[in-house]
Design a protein around this ligand. Structure first.
Ligand SMILES: [Zn+2]
Length: 198
């Protein structure tokens, strides 16, 4: 069944798809209404829905207490778990490569899958959009050096040369990468590096 339809039924949510102002992807109205921009891609709609559902479930924001940065952080993590249920995703994160996870969880974007995977399976996640590094992070206690490891560079170059999936493994480090055409002229490279040394 369609992911959004299933979620609205399971959580008894009234969902409105409508055209929203530029920059507004969605919002929620307590107790059970979520409004989402109809022009979003399906993956973004799913993410926005889960983010807004997280705010509702966590009872964030009212007249006296507007939504805080900490609320956003909590909503972000719960949204990941609503989109990629830890009951299955935690084990799958250790078992499967990034492309295999994308096939199993088509409701989530590559980025959400990658971010959630490193939460469950600590590693360094790096994202490049049109050649510009837009993210490099690792959950503690993983060390996250600013510079790319030589094998991360190798995987990145392989993807820049036209491959859509690349992987390199040595005794010290394992690097996976994917090339994703995100649309809107955004060509994205996602790298995940795992190492005992890093
Ligand atoms: Zn929010």
């Amino acid at each position: 069944m369609n992911f959004l339809l299933e979620m609205t039924r399971r959580h008894d949510i009234e969902l409105h798809l409508t055209r929203l102002a530029d920059g507004v992807r969605g919002y929620s109205v307590p107790e059970r209404t979520i409004v989402i921009d109809v022009d979003l891609s399906e993956e973004r709609m799913n993410w926005t829905f889960c983010h807004e559902l997280a705010h509702l479930l966590l009872k964030h924001g009212d007249a006296e207490r507007p939504i805080s940065a900490q609320d956003e952080k909590e909503a972000h993590e719960l949204a990941q778990d609503l989109l990629l249920p830890p009951e299955t995703f935690r084990a799958d994160a250790h078992r499967f490569s990034l492309p295999e996870l994308k096939t199993r969880y088509p409701q989530a974007s590559w980025e959400v899958i990658a971010r959630t995977r490193v939460r469950h399976r600590p590693a360094i996640l790096t994202i490049f959009d049109n050649g510009r590094r837009t993210l490099r992070m690792a959950p503690p206690p993983v060390n996250c050096p600013a510079r790319l490891h030589p094998l991360e560079k190798t995987v990145k170059q392989t993807l820049e040369a036209g491959e859509t999936i690349a992987e390199v493994r040595s005794d010290a480090i394992h690097v996976e990468g994917v090339f994703v055409d995100e649309g809107h002229d955004i060509r994205r490279i996602i790298l995940i590096a795992e190492s005992e040394e890093l």
